[in-house]
Design a protein around this ligand. Structure first.
Ligand code: GDP
Ligand code: IMO
Ligand code: MG
Length: 432
């Protein structure tokens, strides 16, 4: 038995969805614990592509329970649409395979409106959010005025909270942002209908997981975003509004730290970032464009082109520290095929000195230049390779360099988007 957390080590889109889908085979429960539909997790199963924003990436497997923890912010319209789309593809989503925490906060239309109005007003200094209302929803949670799943199930309480909140939000929208105010009656009708639809799925995720854990079941926790988008530890303010690090699996699902046995960090074989903020190894040349085209680096949520750059071990090593990683999963290695010379950043040159971890302040990070080490590339197609030994010599060298600089064993190597395009070296649910 093992309980495993999977998180992103960079700025998101590392391939967490593929990895979680793959590991679900040996898990019993798959749990989202933070973020919302700012996430876009892509799975390719039987040549069919699925993108999940809220439903955990284990949902395509039979006989597993997917759970959305209290730490997630839920846009109910998006969740219901995702359930319907799965149904259309022949995957039933029922209270037997999906449980939604009664304590998760709900994203309201005014959260989306405020998110977009703020970005518009910031202009050049904007964060580049996904516009999904994530920040404003977490703000209300922390200011103790949020609306939770259980409120949707109680029309009287919901109506009271909605009107109280909307009074303040409409004032802001109208008088500060000079945007259109929102109509409470329309929101009330829409959201109470969502409540009716979601009522059978609402439950106590913490209790469910506690019981499953006691029965010796394997729990798999699916992180969203990436370590450097963490509200505390990321490149603030160019971050998301939740803690994306592994420690939050406990708070966001309602379990204790002694119940986590392994933490796997997903590392894309290069680096990408969507939205604004520092990115020391960014490539603004033809190689960056090539990686974007071959890697399909366009946002799964907003369709925005992702910024691309070399692998940055300063970023990865900082993630190893912040998450207490026990293993690394390398993804999208195949995308680097055909690039004659590859680079890895091993340190940052910051003024006269070098450093091997990300500086905590934005200004310091912006002043850093990456120290790059060159590696010869490979031309062979690696997507059919299933054993480490069968990889080309230069690919093995590149992987060993990562392992050495991370001082951490590689557990899984992904060489394509499909489930089976994978080399497994260490299975987190075995050897526990
Ligand atoms: P997530 O947000 O971390 O789940 O990652 P995304 O789904 O946003 O982005 C990862 C993209 O890369 C998706 O389109 C995946 O299908 C794809 N992908 C995952 N692993 C691999 C891989 O090893 N090779 C290639 N070529 N694509 C991959
Ligand atoms: P997954 O789970 C990549 C980024 C946004 C923006 C910043 C803040 O698919 O890896 P927000 O809407 O959260 O307030 O935006 O965070 N961002 C992501 N970037 N992958 C994600 O999720 C992201 N979720 C948010 O682009 O820079
Ligand atoms: Mg994504």
């Amino acid at each position: 038995m093992a309980n495993v957390v999977v998180i992103g080590t960079q700025w998101g889109d590392e391939g967490k969805g593929k990895v979680v889908d793959l590991l679900t085979e040996k898990a019993d429960c798959v749990v989202r614990f933070q973020g919302g539909n700012n996430a876009g997790h892509t799975l390719v199963v039987n040549n069919q592509k699925y993108i999940f924003h809220l439903i955990p990436s284990g949902i395509l497997h039979q006989g597993k329970t997917c759970l959305i923890g209290n730490g997630v912010v839920i846009d109910p319209g998006v969740l219901i649409e995702e359930m319907d789309r799965l149904q259309e593809h022949g995957f039933a989503v029922t209270p037997e395979n999906l449980v939604v925490s009664r304590y998760a906060h709900i994203i309201m239309p005014y959260h989306r409106a405020l998110d977009m109005a703020r970005e518009k007003r910031k202009g050049r200094t904007k964060i580049g959010t996904t516009g999904r209302g994530i920040g404003p929803c977490y703000e209300d949670k922390v200011s103790r005025s949020g609306i939770r799943v259980h409120d949707l199930l109680d029309p009287k309480s919901f109506s009271e909270k909605l009107h109280r909140n909307l009074e303040e939000k409409n004032f802001l929208l109208r008088h500060f942002f000079e945007e259109e105010p929102l109509d409470p009656a329309a929101i009330e009708d829409e959201y109470l209908a969502y409540g009716e639809r979601l009522a059978p799925f609402a439950g106590n995720v913490s209790e469910f997981l506690h019981n499953a854990d006691r029965e010796g079941k394997n729990l798999l926790f699916e992180g969203a975003q990436g370590t450097h988008l963490d509200i505390d530890h990321g490149t603030y303010p160019f971050v998301t509004s939740s803690n994306t690090v592994a420690g939050n699996a406990c708070c966001g699902a309602g379990i204790g730290p002694t119940r986590i046995h392994k933490v796997f960090g997903v590392v894309k074989a290069y680096t990408t970032r969507v939205g604004c903020g520092p990115f020391p190894t960014e490539l603004l040349d033809d190689t960056g464009i090539r990686i974007r085209e071959i890697g399909g680096e366009f946002g799964a949520t907003t369709g925005r082109p992702r910024r691309c750059g070399w692998l940055d071990m300063v970023v990865v090593n900082t993630a190893i520290r912040l998450n207490g990683l026990s293993g690394l999963v390398i993804t999208k290695l195949d995308v680097l095929t055909g690039i004659p010379v590859l680079n890895i950043a091993t340190a940052y040159q910051c003024g006269p000195g070098q450093r091997e971890t990300v500086p905590p302040e934005l200004e310091a990070m912006e002043a850093c230049k990456p120290v790059l080490e060159e590696f010869p590339g490979w031309g062979e197609d690696i997507r059919r390779v299933r054993r480490f030994a069968d990889l080309p010599h230069n690919t093995k060298n590149y992987l060993r360099a990562i392992e050495e600089r991370a001082r951490m064993p590689l557990a899984i190597i992904s060489v394509g988007p499909a489930r089976d395009e994978t080399i497994i070296l260490r299975d987190p649910f075995e050897n526990s």
